[in-house]
Design a protein around this ligand. Structure first.
Ligand code: GUN
Length: 281
């Protein structure tokens, strides 16, 4: 029976530490601010944005929300980001993804000043991560690494299998694991003989976005299983990519959904925003 890695509790600790750093900046006359841009009416994005704003308020970060209509043009969005790049009250800029299809997300991300790119999605920050240099790190994989660390789970020398190749999670997670000395295999939902590969994983990271995708037969006895998925099952209940009830019987450690990686993503966003303010101060 696996031990749970409690992301909710760990995230609360990270926010508490961040709140002290915000207080220290405030005492030196510096406020900390995060601009949050949301375009259109995606209900999941609205929930994520509300959770991010709530976490900001809790640690003393000012959040500035820009809720733009679905028909916002690329030029309007770029003009807003340009204004925020030069706004001293703003230490971090986050544009919630996905964007409506008529907008070019890559161009939007690359218009954000790399120093305010608290998502760590800008090509400059992706390059810094790839070269293992200081920079803003994508929040979800940074949260995953912190969860492993919190349990003293060694990464060096381990075989880590990542299912998912997104720019937000799969790819940066793979690079972070490489930087930490792991042997890394990156798969996706179409990988041939997927379960043969996942069964070799000492650490298995599921970021496919399909409920119950990872079943017990895909997991080696004693493996560490990290579930990045946030899905709804047929009853509308929040669930991950991992079939939790059966996989927990085989794994040594497992992360729950909800209360696992999700809260860690927001805690890392808070930490990136505080770091950006500290670097500027
Ligand atoms: N959409 C899903 N995850 C994320 C994230 O971490 N940041 C942003 N900006 N959008 C997302």
């Amino acid at each position: 029976m696996a031990e749970l890695i409690d992301g909710k509790a760990l995230a609360a600790e990270i926010r508490q530490a961040a709140a002290l750093r915000v207080k220290s900046l405030n005492e030196r006359g510096k406020t900390v601010g995060l601009a949050v841009i949301i375009v259109g009416n995606d209900p999941a994005s609205r929930v994520y944005v509300n959770n991010k704003k709530k976490a900001c308020a809790e640690v003393g970060i000012e959040s500035f929300e820009y809720a733009l209509s679905e028909d916002t043009t690329q030029d309007e969005l770029l003009a807003l980001i340009e204004k925020l790049n030069h706004d001293d009250r703003v230490d971090g800029i986050l544009c919630q993804l996905p964007l409506p299809k008529h907008l070019n997300a890559d161009a939007v991300i690359d218009s954000i000043s790399p120093d305010k790119d608290v998502d760590g999605f800008h090509a400059v920050n992706v390059g810094r991560l790839s070269l293992n240099k200081q920079g803003m790190r994508p929040c979800t994989p940074a949260g995953v690494m912190r969860m492993l660390q919190s349990k003293g789970i060694e990464v060096e020398g381990k075989h880590c299998v990542v299912i998912g190749r997104s720019n937000i999670v799969g790819k940066p997670a793979a690079v972070m694991l490489i930087n930490a000395g792991a042997t890394v295999t990156v798969c996706n939902s179409k990988t041939k003989n997927l379960s043969e590969i996942t069964r070799q994983a000492d650490i298995l990271i599921a970021a496919v976005g399909r409920p119950g995708f990872v079943t017990a037969d895909m997991v080696k006895d004693g493996a560490v299983v990290i579930d990045v998925g946030i899905n709804r099952d047929e009853n509308g209940k929040l669930c991950g990519d991992v079939d939790f009830d059966t996989v927990k019987e085989k794994a040594s450690y497992i992360t729950p959904v909800p209360g696992g990686v999700g809260p860690m993503t927001i805690a890392e966003l808070i930490e990136n925003t505080v770091l950006s303010a500290e670097l500027k101060a």
